[in-house]
Design a protein around this ligand. Sequence first.
Ligand SMILES: NC(=O)c1ccc[n+]([C@@H]2O[C@H](COP(=O)([O-])OP(=O)(O)OC[C@H]3O[C@@H](n4cnc5c(N)ncnc54)[C@H](O)[C@@H]3O)[C@@H](O)[C@H]2O)c1
Length: 442
Amino acid sequence: MTSIAVIGCGYVGAVSAACFAELGHTVHCIDTDPSRVALLQQGSSPIHEPGLEELLQRGIEAGRLTFAATYPDVFDARIVFIAVNTPEAQEGAADIRAVRDAVSTVAARLRTGSIIVNKSTVPIGTGDLVAGMAERAGCRSIAVVSNPEFLREGSAIRDFMEPDRVVLGSDDRDAMDRVAALYAPLNPVVQRVDIRTAEMIKYASNAFLATKISFINEIASICETLGADVEEVARGMGMDTRIGGQFLKAGLGWGGSCFPKDVKALAHMAAVHGAHPQLLRSVMDINHDQRLRAVQKVRQALGDLEGRHVTVLGAAFKANTDDLRNSPAIELANLLHLEGAHVTVVDPVVPAARLLALAPHATFALDAVEAAAGADAVVLATDWPEFRALPWHAIAAHMERALLVDTRNYLDPATMRAAGFEYRCMGRPGAEGAAASELIEA
Ligand SMILES: NC(=O)c1ccc[n+]([C@@H]2O[C@H](COP(=O)([O-])OP(=O)(O)OC[C@H]3O[C@@H](n4cnc5c(N)ncnc54)[C@H](O)[C@@H]3O)[C@@H](O)[C@H]2O)c1
């Protein structure tokens, strides 16, 4: 088994490190955030990710997983993964300052024959930049491998342990083989390509998934005007193996820490180099409009939102994570506030302080039933399973007006109507009851 290092212990770094330790490797992790490191050293996860704490604790107890807030003078590990954040910078470009910082610090501390593996999502050409930085730091025989990560928050451990593929990009075959060997216990399909192609596979994959969601959201709005049901349309499309059913869920649009910044960064790279990313721009446009469409549904039912009380169910960008980066639910809460509504947000795992930092005018609540009492509308914004199990009859009975806008098409329309709700959703006019169907027939 191999000794490796992981730089950056966020959603990708902490999960990758814990999984590599579970596979039997010795993993030394470094993060510049001391509070994050202190938690990890105790086997506590700084993020909400199902199954992560168990793996962390097993790795630490087995002596295979260590964490530090400072870099060693010299790395024992010959394979060093970079998993630091690459957020959005000006004009949508990817900000790779953390990658530069990490690489320049790592490069000066590596032994001859080491490999820098980049797991962060980075602009095409960053691998060459990293190789140049390592060389300037005096490392002559160091290989650089791109190994983009495809895990999803909420199912990150399973995604890591059962990858659809492992992509490796480098001009050094031996280095790719050594990195591939780390994943050997998973028996994955390994695609070996050049480094720029590996970097592009990550961006193209995320852009395609975002495109699928924007596509079905556009179909949803056409369904609304023509009286079709987007859920059945998506099901019928998805059964075609050329299309596939995943990422064909109409709703509030995509968000999170990856799709928004990655689609923007790809469009930015394209434009800067003279290509015309019209499709990517439309994909972003449609996504932006989905939030507005959801607000419009509340306004269509209630009229002016000034002084209305609206309870938003969910703050996280999707279920099973506490990640609030580019969360459509937060954007929705802020848009409702802009129209004058008093907004209360309920989320089962997101701490109040983190929510209020992004939605400062909202009120935070843990109990959906209490939060909805006296409200004029409930808007479901995150598909947390907890929300399906709420006592909906009781909620409807205690609201000022029992309006439910299900922006994720997550709840059963007939059950919600039977509970006493005026039910609104995305792209399913028939599911909204007689009034909406009659509107289309007229
Ligand atoms: N979050 C996801 O679902 C996901 C999935 C696939 C790929 N990615 C990509 O992986 C990368 C990491 O994403 P994330 O969500 O894990 O980010 P994150 O913000 O959760 O974690 C990044 C960590 O790196 C640390 N860090 C920053 N600079 C450092 C340095 N110089 N040395 C040591 N530590 C440093 C930060 O303190 C932080 O803990 C990004 O490029 C992202 O696009 C993310």
